[in-house]
Design a protein around this ligand. Structure first.
Ligand code: C3B
Length: 812
């Protein structure tokens, strides 16, 4: 027998062993085999798509054995499992992630070189899985990857949306939305699980049967599972992302069909499928949308049934649930898990109500991701009672029990004809966490003040993080290679090792290498913008990037106002030695968010005028890249010099883009908001451009009458910038196109754009001055990288495992 990695193998299992131990072996042959026997194509006629599917299958089969092994290990050890329930998983492309983690990059590149195929193009052919809106969904994706890297037995549970987040294009500067169609192409990464199918009910009535209640829904759909393996760093462990797809219980009405009514015959199927048809494109305001509540219950109920089924296969005492199962609620979207778990334990398994609540509470925990009032979910009792009658009663009983336990309690989950899902989640969780130090403190002082008084140990902080595999190793190969050369590669799953770069800053070669990597990334981005978007920008200029959802609190309008003011100032004084800048924007606005869409159009209008100005264009360019998504972020972040994190203090719960930029050697210009605070503490205040009011000052400023008008009167630049917009400088054919924006800013200006403008301008000019000294800038940039190690999602997940889940790692 042969010996592979110290293990004797027989001919039978030799191939499997080889693939498991040394995944690069035979990759080229496997790609060709997959191309022929799975894709059904001859290499001569294969398209990029065919090659991608073949490669994906060849990579996937290298994950499956590890995936099985991870599951077996979990059963053998009787380990506690973590379940992450999330409406959103913004995973992006999966192929490159898997290749990186299996360390197949070189082998794959070589294989395609030998085959004469453009490997980079094969990777880029994959559509993004955009099953999320923004930060909350991307965090869930980073967490999945970290859970696998750490070897914590875990499942992600969510919805397999047929259409993810819409595709954005611009027409005449306006955002146009088109449906996203990622599932039109064969999705290689998932395994359909027809055996994991649950019937989920809605509506109907509750019948008393002796001491118990029986819920008899009138409507039902099936939830069918699709599993995607998520492999961790070096393929040591793989967990599962299980997404639910809705289908009809009675798919087809043959009687109607035979009567000739074909549309009605297919109606039940179409209706059932609407539940998993589309991702809601707004994660902050969904007032009273019945379908949204159905989606929430659909995936939560299916997940809980699945979790209990797995639990029952191993244990016969339901009281062990909190010891063996941890369920994390990603925001309030799965908050119905509280009453549903109580229903399963009390109504269906016959536990006493109080005990059912106690067990559920021991199992559930809840992450709050925002304090924005419009994003704190509330459902009308009417809707909830109609759709989930039993849950409505249980919520009332949960409230009553909590009031009995805590006689001084003021608020309740059920109040003013509405169910407050935040209150419900808090009451049903043993831990509630915020996502940055500042946000957690604000939670205690504001939305959960009352509950925090009653349960002072319940709220904990877990500052967000990002996975270093995707957000440094794979998106920035130049910088990664430099780092590995300097300190070895342990940083990849031990990111705090980056601190060891600091002593290397006195080494001219290292610093030059750092600058060269950034510069080459910028050249790549400029070339891409020139080819794909017909935009010419100078890679010597500072690349100043703001990419995130468009929202007033994130203040893209503050950024564009500063661009206008800068443009005016350069025009007035073109020879003042301006540090050249390219302002890059990216982000989608919720289709119904009119103001945010206006901001997009304004940025595009300003870009058109400014970029065409021969006087200023050597110094200033404005670019709005369409259809911002995870893949575009991977392209932009490594090429950024300046990271715009300029939200109104107190509004951005954490931010995670801010961490990705710092890690990739961009300096932040930002407010004391969310995780900016912690980033600044770590990278050093001299390596961060701070401006703006603090969260406390923001609250006080709003009390000052005419705060915006006063700020405008005190600042000529701001006044002139607003005047230019108002007078139609950027919309000559429709001068009052931006009246909403200028009126808002000069009037209520709730997000205090005007009040923060002057300080923002000052910080921007400081950034200009710093950029002119390129050696000093590079040093600051490198310090950002060296000091960002704490922002790994591995650290965050370890925090959850220790403080919230009481779960361990099974990694060898
Ligand atoms: C976001 C917050 O807006 C970000 O500050 C935060 O970094 C991420 O969550 C992750 O914690 N968020 C979101 O994307 N969608 C919501 N509905 C609420 C918060």
């Amino acid at each position: 027998p042969d010996k592979v990695c110290g293990i004797y193998v027989t001919a039978n299992n030799r191939n499997i062993m080889l693939r498991a131990q040394m995944p690069h072996i035979g990759l080229r042959e496997d790609i060709l085999r997959q191309l022929a026997y799975v894709v059904g194509k001859d290499p001569e006629h294969a398209t990029l798509y065919d090659w991608r599917i073949a490669l994906s299958h060849a990579v996937r089969e290298r994950i499956v054995d590890r995936w099985f092994a991870s599951t077996r290990r979990t059963y053998e050890e009787g380990a506690k499992r973590v379940y992450y329930l999330s409406m959103e998983f913004l995973i992006g492309r999966l192929l490159e992630d898997a290749i990186t983690n299996l360390r197949l990059d070189e082998a794959a590149e070589l294989a395609f070189r030998e085959l004469g195929i453009d490997y980079a193009a094969v990777l880029l052919d994959e559509p993004d899985a955009a099953l999320g809106n923004g930060g909350l969904g991307r965090l869930a994706a980073c967490f999945l990857e970290s859970l696998s890297t750490i070897g914590c037995p875990a499942y992600g549970y969510g919805i397999r949306y047929e259409h993810g987040l819409f595709r954005q294009s611009f027409e005449d500067g306006r955002q146009v939305e088109a449906p996203e169609t990622w599932l039109l192409q064969h999705h290689v990464w998932e395994f359909e699980r027809p055996e994991a199918m649950f019937q989920i009910g809605f509506g109907g009535e509750v019948r008393e049967a002796g001491a118990r209640a029986v819920w008899e829904p009138t409507e039902a759909v099936f939830a069918e599972a699709y599993d995607t393996p998520i492999v961790g760093w070096q393929g040591r462990w793989a967990n599962t992302l299980r997404l639910w797809s809705a289908r009809a219980v009675d798919p087809f009405d043959l009687e109607r069909f035979n009567l000739g009514d074909y549309v009605a015959a297919a109606a039940p199927e179409a209706l059932a499928r609407t539940i998993s048809r589309v991702l809601y494109p707004d994660d902050t305001t969904e007032p009273g949308k019945e379908l949204r509540l159905k989606q929430e219950f659909f995936f939560t109920a299916a997940s809980l049934r699945d979790i209990l089924r797995r639990f029952d296969s191993e244990y016969d005492d339901i009281r062990k649930l909190p010891a063996k199962v941890a369920i994390q609620l990603n925001d309030t979207h799965p908050a119905i898990a509280g009453p549903e778990l109580v229903r399963l334990l009390h109504d269906e398994r016959g536990l006493e109500f109080d005990e059912a609540v106690a067990l559920a509470r021991g199992t559930l925990s809840y992450t709050n991701h925002t304090l924005l009032p419009e994003a704190l979910e509330k459902w009308s009792e009417g809707l909830m009672g109609r759709l989930l009658p039993r849950h409505m009663t249980l919520i009332e009983r949960i409230d009553a029990l909590h009031a009995r336990e805590n006689p001084t309690r003021k608020a309740a989950a059920r109040a003013n004809g509405q169910v407050n899902m935040g209150e419900l989640s808090f009451v049903m969780a043993h831990k509630v966490n915020g996502v940055s130090a500042l946000h957690t403190e604000l939670m205690k002082a504001t939305v959960f003040e009352d509950l925090h008084q009653l349960h002072p140990d319940r709220i904990v902080n877990q500052t967000n993080g990002v996975t270093p595999r995707r957000w440094l190793l794979s998106c920035n190969p130049r910088l990664s290679a430099l780092v590995t050369e300097a300190i070895g590669e342990d940083w990849v799953d031990d990111l705090e090792q980056l601190a060891r770069l600091e002593p290397r800053l006195s080494d001219a070669g290292f610093v030059e290498g750092f600058a060269a990597a950034k510069r080459a990334n910028k050249v790549d981005l400029s070339n891409w913008m020139a080819q794909g978007h017909d935009l010419l920008v100078d890679p010597e200029a500072m690349f100043d990037v703001q990419i995130k959802r468009i929202h007033e609190y994130k203040r893209q309008h503050l950024n564009i106002l500063e661009a206008i003011a800068l443009w005016q100032e350069i025009r007035a004084n073109p020879d003042a030695g301006w540090a050249p800048r390219v302002k890059i924007f990216g982000g989608k606005a919720a289709p119904g968010y009119v103001f945010a869409k206006k901001i997009i159009r304004l940025i595009n209008d300003v870009a058109r005028v400014v970029n065409a100005d021969p006087v200023t264009s050597p110094h200033l360019k404005v670019v709005f890249l369409p259809n911002y998504n995870v893949s575009l972020a991977e392209r932009l972040i490594p090429a950024a010099d300046l990271s715009e994190q300029i939200s109104t203090a107190g509004k951005e719960a954490s931010g995670t883009g801010n961490m990705k930029f710092a890690l990739n050697g961009a300096l932040t210009i930002g407010t004391l908001d969310g995780a900016n605070v912690e980033i600044r503490e770590r990278v050093g205040e001299e390596n961060f451009f701070l401006f703006g009011m603090t969260a406390d000052e923001v609250v006080n400023r709003r009390d000052i009458a005419n705060h915006a008008a006063k700020a405008i009167a005190a600042d000529t630049r701001l006044e002139l910038a607003l005047k230019a917009i108002r007078e139609g400088a950027f919309s000559p054919k429709e001068r009052d196109r931006y009246r909403d924006i200028t009126d808002n800013l000069a009037g209520p200006d709730y997000f205090l754009v005007c009040s923060d403008f002057a300080d923002y301008w000052r910080a921007q000019r400081e950034a200009d001055a710093a950029y002119r000294d390129s050696a000093a800038w590079t040093r600051k940039a490198a310090l950002n990288t060296a000091r960002s190690g704490w922002f790994s999602s591995d650290r965050t997940i370890r925090g959850y495992m220790g403080e919230i889940w009481n779960a361990g790692s099974l990694n060898p």
